[in-house]
Write a protein that binds this ligand. Sequence first.
Ligand code: TEU
Ligand code: CA
Length: 574
Amino acid sequence: EGEAEWWRSAVIYQVYPRSFADANGDGIGDLQGITQRLDHLKDLGVDALWLSPFYKSPQADAGYDVADYRQIDPIFGDLDDFEAMAAKARTLGLRVIVDLVPNHTSDDHVWFREALAAGPGSPARDRYMFRDGRGENGELPPNNWKSIFGGPAWTRVDQRWDADKDGISDTQWYLHMFDTRQPDLNWDNQEVKEDFHDILRFWLDRGVDGFRIDVAHGMVKAPGLPDWDGVTNMVEGSTTDGATQIKTDGTPDEDGSNGGGNSGPMFDQDGVHEIYRSWRRVLNQYDGDRALVAEAWVEPLSRLALYVRDDEMQQAFNFSYLTTKWDAAALRTVINASIRENDKVGAPTTWVLSNHDVVRHASRMGLVGGELNPNGIGPNDPQPDAALGLRRARAATLLMLALPGSAYLYQGEEFGLPDHTTLEPQYRQDPAWERKGHTEAGRDGCRVPLPWEADAPAYGFSPTGQSWLPQPDTYRACAADVQKAAPDSTYAMYNKALTLRKKFGIGLGSLAWLSEFVHTGEVLAFENNGVICIANIGGDAVELPEGTEILISSAPMHSALTIERDTCVWIRRR
Ligand code: TEU
Ligand code: CA
């Protein structure tokens, strides 16, 4: 028996390349910018970074629309820049995970261009999900599925904006669960399967330690593509219907379900698991514990755990935890369900609070209830209480980092960064904003470029002071230089928590709930490898015994031994 694999306990930092650091001054982050700032990740104390897509792409969905899986988009640099970044990461002892988007390609991918040109019934069309329409002249889409970004999930070839230009006109429709420019691949097609094996090897050969699999629950569709009247996505899930029982109040059931799962004939089909078994066999041909992490909005947690069986992926983001509100009973329920279901398959739980698709936890926790608002926050929406949001976010992070398993951080959360919640519509680039008819602010608010220096133009994001999205004034106090200079800053808390986490082996430990310290139902207390974590979610102050050793606190304490509400501390027994 050797050491436990690195991914069982790793803290992994998500870099969103276009917003991390801009080296060449065009206002868009790039690979050289990441390389220049890699020391920050090392200093912070994370084990690895995951980079959102940097592949060749028309950027219709910020790079989640890939035109060539083996090339770097020129806005981010080139393959040499990638190699230099990865080499520096290795030198610093940081592992590198890249993003893989297998559910769909860009409509600029050579395969899709071929498919349009080749016409109905061709092998080129078989790589995608082309179907004849319904109705007398095929004027109706093949089924009633909706795109996650809003609107129908089908586009008719001759109704594409570029149909005339290409001289292509036939009446077949193609499926896109996301944007029109993101056609879904056909995962029954042998060439598709083989090409993705090859893409995995392409990046494994370049030394990557793993892949984050985009929409990992989406690739296989139910046979016959049956109509479905349920809710396809939590984004639209605020209305419930009998078929799906979706609820989004952040209160999980006993099985951990929060209404945060995608359901229906286009998601979580049993056939996806065969794909991951074959990918695992590819990874196993390489040394060094390479890993796959599933981005799968799947519930209940027993279904999600199927993705992390022994011969499939190693990790799956726990979105049930992310969608749980700031409530002690709700958090305890989801934590128990997560650990229980993952223990059954021998996998670590993979905790996460923020990413590039959701309102940052420093903002959403300042909203009434504090549960996920999946639709973004715009100037006309209720605004969060920033101080409350930050206070709770710090407590929530400390709670998360005390749990056994792996955890993902999203760039900027270590600075206490909020969303840009008043971003004006003319700046918004999320395709969901357009497709939903400007009814929801979308995801741009969490994608705003990072502040590195309080007094530099664009807060040091770019040498020319440019920034592809405007940064709000609130970013000044979150700038890295300010954060690193202040002993009580959010950065200092993250830094210290990561050091302690390593020192006590928290990621590989196990959780034992304590009733001690819990005088009201609104307090969570547990022990993990000798560290006691007490989170006062919303109860009366908790008094600690004289002589308690306090390792870290999420908030300044009035008296060193008093834990106020919205505070989490780690202590040790004397
Ligand atoms: O997101 C997949 C996902 O399931 C979305 O439904 C998510 O809930 C949505 O972004 C909220 O509006 C992944 C990527 O993380 C996302 O950035 C991409 O836009 C999407 O896939 C398509 O590739
Ligand atoms: Ca740039």
